[in-house]
Design a protein around this ligand. Structure first.
Ligand SMILES: Cc1cc2nc3c(=O)[nH]c(=O)nc-3n(C[C@H](O)[C@H](O)[C@H](O)COP(=O)(O)O)c2cc1C
Length: 300
């Protein structure tokens, strides 16, 4: 097919690079020209992280403060399709992705162009997706597909393993007891199937119905409990971010946020989920269904 595709992404560990390669392989096989580009921050974040640096980016993530990025130096100015690979950081688009979405250069590229988003986080991606979706719409582009990849292990387990990964740089089994962190090799390989679906829709000029097929293929799924926790955490993160951003000495506040996060996840979330299961969920079937649909779809 005679189509030009831009696949642009950020990655620290290389995980998103692997996903983009697998996801776009069927497009290349179908004859599309796929240009791959990475977002390059002027001051990149070192990987692996230290604990202090990891938490220090929280206010900028949540408040959506962009950082300078290098010019994209792309071969073209317009594409038939743009694929954006990003990751959530603190329930928000990662700073590099947010910086790209706020850059005039990228906004001009996606204006009037179909866009597919693909995220690869731990497991809380909904809030960042809504923000990315809004930014894409504000730039005058059209979101036609979304794939959300995540670590499918239980929430407390992936919380432990992601820290091991982020603080050592090793996507390996912590202590040989915990499972591997991040998106599984099987799920990464599975993105090829989604790529085939995209290739079919792109070739037939049917991108408007792409997301229905991606949903049917489970390229994006909503886990009720995670959706519930994320919805409660979102406004609380916003309050923390505003408080911390306003402090001259952020260190004690970031440390307090870190402890809050541990307590909220290991104590607060199970208590809230239990209360919800007894008092709210049984009577909220319609609302839950509506919310799930809102996040599965690409229109807002
Ligand atoms: C600072 C930071 C915050 C993160 N916060 C979240 C989060 O809120 N939700 C989530 O699902 N994953 C979160 N992650 C995991 C990332 O989304 C992503 O899976 C991981 O960083 C690997 O991405 P990479 O391709 O850049 O290596 C966070 C990672 C970092 C570094």
């Amino acid at each position: 097919m005679n189509k030009k595709v831009l696949a642009i992404y950020y990655t620290q560990s290389g995980q998103m690079g692997e996903i983009i390669d697998t996801f776009t392989a069927p497009l290349i096989a179908a004859g599309a020209t796929v240009e791959k580009a990475q977002i390059r921050l002027v001051n990149n974040y070192d990987f692996p992280w230290t604990g202090t640096r990891f938490f220090s980016v929280m206010p900028s993530c949540v408040l959506g403060i962009p950082e300078p990025i290098h010019p994209l130096n792309l071969k073209d100015t317009k594409y038939d399709l743009v694929i954006l690979g990003y990751q959530p950081w603190f329930l928000s688009p990662s700073i590099p992705s947010n910086s790209l979405l706020q850059s005039d250069e990228f906004k001009a590229i996606i204006k009037g162009t179909p866009v597919i988003t693909i995220s690869a986080g731990r497991n809380m991606w909904i809030n960042s997706y809504v923000r990315v979706r809004n930014m894409i719409k504000d730039a005058g582009a059209k979101l036609v597909g979304n794939v959300a990849l995540l670590d499918k292990h239980p929430n407390p387990i992936s919380f432990v393993t992601i820290f091991y990964w982020m603080l050592t740089g090793k996507k390996e089994r912590y202590l040989n007891i915990f499972p591997k962190p991040g998106v599984s090799e099987q799920d990464i390989a599975g993105t090829e199937v989604y790529g085939e679906t995209v290739a079919k829709h792109l070739e037939n000029n049917e991108l408007d119905t792409l997301q229905d097929d991606l949903i049917a293929q489970k390229a994006v799924e909503i886990n009720y409990k995670l959706m519930f926790i994320e919805a409660r955490a979102k406004p609380i993160f916003a309050v923390w971010a505003k408080i911390i951003a306003g402090r001259k000495n952020r260190t004690p506040w970031l440390s307090a946020f870190k402890y809050y996060l541990f307590v909220a996840l290991f104590l607060g979330a199970p208590v809230l989920l239990t209360l919800d299961a007894i008092f709210l969920k049984p009577f909220s079937g319609k609302r839950i269904k509506r919310n799930k649909l809102k996040y599965l779809q690409v229109i807002n």
